[in-house]
Design a protein around this ligand. Structure first.
Ligand code: WT7
Length: 648
């Protein structure tokens, strides 16, 4: 990675950009001088508190932090009402673009009214402060409105990505004990309506904590409604709008978001109010360089992931930014769709994932060249390492050859951006997330937890608590401590490997645990293994993430069949059928994103004498290499057998 990197950059900021930049070099000095005072200032300047806090950080119950202790605020008020009060009610909050081409502009005044009505509808459905509400929605304005409506009432939302299956939705509903679900009849995907509601019906059938399901009409397709269900429009119309709001404690829970860990059970990462909103707003301002009222910002993520939470909903709306919200895929109905939207809406800040950039590279630079992209002035990347070639392509073809690119490293757990260049301040090094943002103390350490020197590789850690850090794993404090705080003493272990280059820049190298990153989506090897093993034909399964040119990693599974299925698999066509059935099964258990790209049927798996599967060796096979050192295997000949079997 770093061999090619040296060919590019560093690119110093242009004086014109620096002059207007929100981020300033002085922020680093300020934060270094007094970190807590720095964050207190951000919290007070960027947010409106109903009651000021009296302590910045309480770390006495480490590793559970309390930020802005004693402070009280309402997140929905901060993201909507207060912009209207400040005279910006006519400013567009959302330029919604539906996949079929329908458009809808929602101003801050309209957003405020809609959030008040939706909060009223939730209240009428029995939702009270602290209750959990599950959201299973396409990328439509109602997703944003629903999140803010929960926040207005102090209810905790748990957004489940619309691409997850009904089984995945069911386990997330159960883990969070959600009282209400908000969903839609469906959404549009690649030119066709795609139903969502049937998955909810399945997920809430039988024993469930869910009392009511609110259904947005998006596609208008025939939809079965049960006793529990109510249409969104009817619910909003019938309810008294929640024009008043309560201010909640700074540490009141705001949301739960499930993410994959190293075990089969997804973790409910939970975030609270004051610190989260402070860091989301601050980073959106200084990293994306937003100038509310001037810029048109677009983050292409889905609200089902943390990027959508922090950089579509909370950060930008707290800042009063105008943004694009797009429902569909980049190539529907044509491969220039994104650039057409950038041109039409005059997007000035564009935040996306490396996998999308690499896909656009494959489609060819002729496609963006057909559009006027001169409005673009800042580009951002998130989700996985961006290779320097993709970085250069992005800048040359989307950023008019000059727009700064911010490569932002963070996680569901960190809540907001932790490492990134500051545009207008930092000289950019393509491929490197470079340095922690002012106020954050990231480091690269060795096995013993000692900082590594320049040119050395180690583990990425965070040394001090930060405002938007997770406050735990829902219902499992011990797992929180074990996962993040036990590897190194008094440091947060992120799970990523990293390198410091000769100039001190940090390069994130990817996960060092059993977590895969496919198209910037986090998947757990063991979760997919469990899904495979639950298929009738499968006796054992091992999953690895194999390097993939476009998606970063691709899911590759090795399965041992049960006796009954073996005869069937002897026939090539039948085996192919079986493999397809396994893929479908994983899609049903988790969601389409988790379907293995390849499934290889093998007779044995490489195991150590203690029975641990050596995935490293399988990864070698999946990536087309000769398998590495196999001497610690219980049966060292297994790898030869696997390789010979695959060549057949
Ligand atoms: C993991 C977190 C952060 C929102 C989207 C993903 C990888 C994320 C970068 C980056 C290299 C990155 C890490 C991290 N990652 N951003 N800029 N460079 N790697 O959130 O699903 O919680 O995944 O994504 O491996 O640990 P997530």
């Amino acid at each position: 990675m770093s061999e090619t990197a040296e060919e590019y950059g560093p690119f110093p900021p242009s004086p014109e950009f620096s002059q207007q930049a929100v981020g300033q070099k002085s922020l680093y000095e300020e934060a270094d001088a007094d970190r807590e005072a720095f964050w207190a200032k951000q919290a007070r300047e960027r947010l409106t508190w109903a009651k000021d806090f009296d302590e910045v950080l309480d770390w006495s119950e480490a590793p559970v932090a309390k930020w802005f202790v004693g402070g009280e605020l309402n997140v929905a008020y901060n993201c909507a009402d207060r912009h209207v009060e400040a005279g910006n009610g006519d400013r567009v909050a959302l330029h919604f673009v539906g996949e079929p081409g329908d458009e809808r502009d929602i101003t801050y005044a309209e957003l405020t009214e809609l959030v008040q009505k939706a909060a009223g509808a939730l209240k009428a459905a029995g939702v009270e402060k602290g209750d959990r509400v599950a959201l299973y929605l396409p990328m439509i304005p109602e997703a944003v409105i629903s999140m803010l409506a929960c926040a207005r009432l102090g209810a905790v939302h748990s957004v489940v990505f619309g691409g997850f299956s009904s089984d995945a939705l069911r386990t997330r509903i159960a883990d969070g004990e959600a009282k209400v679900v908000i969903t839609a009849d469906g959404g549009y995907r690649r030119g066709k309506p795609s139903a969502l509601k049937p998955a909810v019906d399945e997920a809430v059938s039988g024993e469930t904590t869910v009392q009511k399901v609110i259904v947005v009409k998006r596609t208008g397709e025939e939809t079965e409604m049960t006793d529990k269900d109510v249409w969104w429009d009817d619910a909003l119309e019938a309810a008294e709008p929640a024009t008043e709001y309560e201010a909640f404690d700074s540490e009141h829970p705001l949301f739960i978001l499930y993410t994959s860990g190293t075990t089969g059970k997804p973790k409910g990462i939970f975030h609270t109010t004051g610190g989260y909103l402070t860091q989301a707003a601050y980073t959106n301002a200084v990293v994306h360089d937003v100038h509310p009222g001037e810029d048109v910002y677009w983050c292409t993520a889905d609200v089902g992931w943390v990027t959508g939470h922090s950089y579509i909903v909370y950060g930008p709306l707290a800042n009063g930014v105008t943004q694009v919200l797009y429902e569909g895929t980049p190539d529907s109905p044509h491969q220039g769709r994104w650039w057409e939207i950038v041109q039409n809406k005059k997007v000035s800040i564009f935040y996306t994932a490396p996998t999308a950039i690499r896909t656009c590279m494959k489609w060819g630079k002729e496609i963006p060249a057909e559009y006027d992209l001169s409005s673009v002035r800042v580009l951002g990347s998130v989700g996985e390492p961006i290779n320097p070639e993709a970085w250069m392509w992005f800048r040359d073809n989307i950023g008019e050859g000059s727009a700064p690119i911010v490569d932002t490293w963070w996680q569901t757990e960190t809540g907001a951006i932790m490492m990134s260049a500051l545009p207008g301040v930092t000289s950019l090094v393509p491929g490197s997330a470079q340095a922690p943002v002012p106020g954050i103390t990231a480091d690269v350490v060795d096995e013993e937890g000692k900082s590594v020197g320049n040119g050395e590789t180690g583990y990425l850690v965070i040394r001090d608590p930060w405002p938007s850090m997770l406050r735990g794993i829902w219902g499992d404090l011990q797992r929180y401590k074990d996962t993040y705080w036990s590897r190194f003493e008094d440091m947060y272990f992120a799970g990523d490997g990293a390198k410091r280059d000769e100039d001190g820049n940090i390069w994130v190298l990817g996960r060092v645990d059993d977590v895969m990153n496919v198209s910037g989506h986090r998947l757990s090897t063991s979760e997919i293994e469990s899904a495979l093993v639950s298929h009738d034909a499968v006796a054992e399964a091992a999953v690895v993430g194999a390097a993939d040119e476009t998606t970063g990693q691709a899911v590759c599974a090795f399965v041992i069949l049960r006796e009954e299925a073996r005869d069937q698999a002897a026939d090539d066509d039948k085996r192919e059928e079986l493999v397809q059935a396994m893929r479908t099964h994983v899609g049903k258990q988790i969601g389409a994103i988790a379907k293995p790209k390849t499934i290889l049927v093998v007779d044995e798996l490489p195991k150590t004498r203690s029975g641990k599967i050596m995935r490293r060796l399988l990864k070698d096979v999946a990536e087309g290499r000769e398998a590495g050192d196999a001497t610690t295997l219980a049966d060292p000949s297994v790898m030869e057998k696997i390789q010979a079997g695959l060549k057949k």
